[in-house]
Design a protein around this ligand. Structure first.
Ligand SMILES: Cc1ncc(COP(=O)(O)O)c(C=O)c1O
Length: 383
């Protein structure tokens, strides 16, 4: 890929990751940060983010798959890597070869891993996943049903070394009473598991529970690690969701495209596929070189989403196309081919945010960021 500020590109402020980690650290006290860099660090570039996190002091990373973990190893990351998701049996050998830590999706899965380890005379490193309410992966340990015997049994497998234990919050982002009660119950259940293990004479290993909103809303819980993704990237899922803390994060991603054409359109003329935007009065329109195949969702078409040209807010008009879309630049002077359009970030003292795109797309920043296409170069922030 051409490393160029040419068509559409993202600039990532990898240096701001250290600042964002400092902000997280203020909230969680002595708990260490496990850097979640799955899905190419939500589109920000996993190796570059992992290196910035490592330089700050992170010694544990979380990814979703064995492929992502191998990518990090090949990119020079030697620290601990936890695979949060499922690794199929035919890839078990990579766990050993690349010294990875596999999360145990279920007791049945743990037994399969153990079988593999025994047959191949190796020990697979693992963390026990306890399902306290997400009901996605892990051994169920909830009010209605508790499988402590399976958790204990995982720690006793000969060829699986359980070095840690964790759970996950589904509603830590919600400060409503029901959600808070649910999350606090999850914390109690997780602590109960830890106490049961200790009572059985078993060292649980490293403990971790909090994702980004778990950090923002539940502060210092005293576990060994917390698992932020979004926060070191300087964003939350949605900036209108109230949070219990008041951190000062710097969003690390900016997104830009070039102007390719500027032209005047007259009343009655229409713009883009479907002709959903009709010009009412003479209108100066700029075409910019970014579209839905770059990750700008088509659903933001004609929704009054603003981008910045010469630091002035301009709405996207008409349907977003695959590689291009059009903006109304009538009020901006001297717009020319080659001018830079800021879709996310700061320009001329004004800021446009990923949150605005996500809201118009009826989704959260997690999705918008991780959907940023591979063809968009991620460049280290200039200056
Ligand atoms: C198990 C687990 N931990 C941590 C995270 C990080 O979440 P966030 O980006 O909200 O901090 C995720 C992301 O989805 C996850 O699945």
């Amino acid at each position: 890929m051409l490393e160029a500020y040419s068509r559409a590109w993202a600039e990532i402020d990898y240096d701001a990751i250290a600042h964002n980690c400092d902000e997280v650290q203020k909230i969680v006290g002595s708990t260490k940060i496990m850097g979640i860099v799955k899905a190419n660090a939500y589109g920000h570039g996993d190796i570059a983010c992992a290196k910035a996190l490592r330089d700050w002091g992170v010694d544990f990373f979380g990814v979703s798959s064995v492929d992502e973990a191998i990518g990090l190893r090949q990119g020079g990351i030697e620290e601990n890597i936890l695979i949060l998701g499922y690794t199929p049996e035919e890839h078990f050998h990579y766990l050993h070869e690349y010294n990875l830590v596999q999360s145990l999706c279920s007791y049945a899965y743990a037994k399969k891993l153990n079988q593999y380890g025994k047959e191949n005379h190796c020990v697979i490193r693992a963390h026990c996943k306890v399902d306290t309410g997400m009901n996605r992966t892990g051994v169920i340990y909830q009010t209605q049903e508790k499988h402590m015997e399976e958790i204990l049994a995982e720690y006793q497998l000969e060829a699986v070394s359980v070095e840690g234990i964790f759970s996950h919050f589904p509603v830590s982002d919600d400060l409503g009473e029901d959600a808070k009660t649910f999350t606090k119950k999850q914390i109690d259940l997780f602590n109960e598991v830890l106490a049961n293990l200790k009572a059985a004479g078993i060292n649980p290993g490293v403990t971790h529970l909090q994702n980004s909103y778990g950090i923002l809303n539940y502060g210092s819980l005293g576990y060994d690690y917390c698992r932020p993704g979004l926060l070191y990237m300087g964003v939350t899922s949605d900036d209108t969701i109230p949070i219990a803390s008041n951190p000062d994060f710097i969003p690390i991603l900016s997104l830009y495209a070039n102007v390719s054409v500027v032209k005047w359109l007259q009343p009655g003329m229409t713009v883009s596929y479907g002709r959903h935007f009709t010009v009412k009065k003479p209108c100066k329109v700029a075409t910019m070189s970014i579209g839905y195949a770059d990750g700008l969702p088509r659903i933001v078409s004609n929704q009054d989403l603003h981008v910045l040209v010469h630091g002035q807010a301009c709405p996207i008009i008409g349907n977003v196309c695959m590689d291009q879309c059009m903006i109304d630049v009538t009020d901006v002077e001297n717009v020319q081919e080659g001018d830079t359009v800021c879709i996310v970030g700061l320009q001329g003292g004004k800021r446009v945010t990923i949150d605005e795109i996500s809201r118009k797309a009826h989704t959260i920043n997690n999705e918008t960021l991780s959907a940023l296409a591979a063809r968009v170069p991620r460049l280290k922030k200039r200056g």
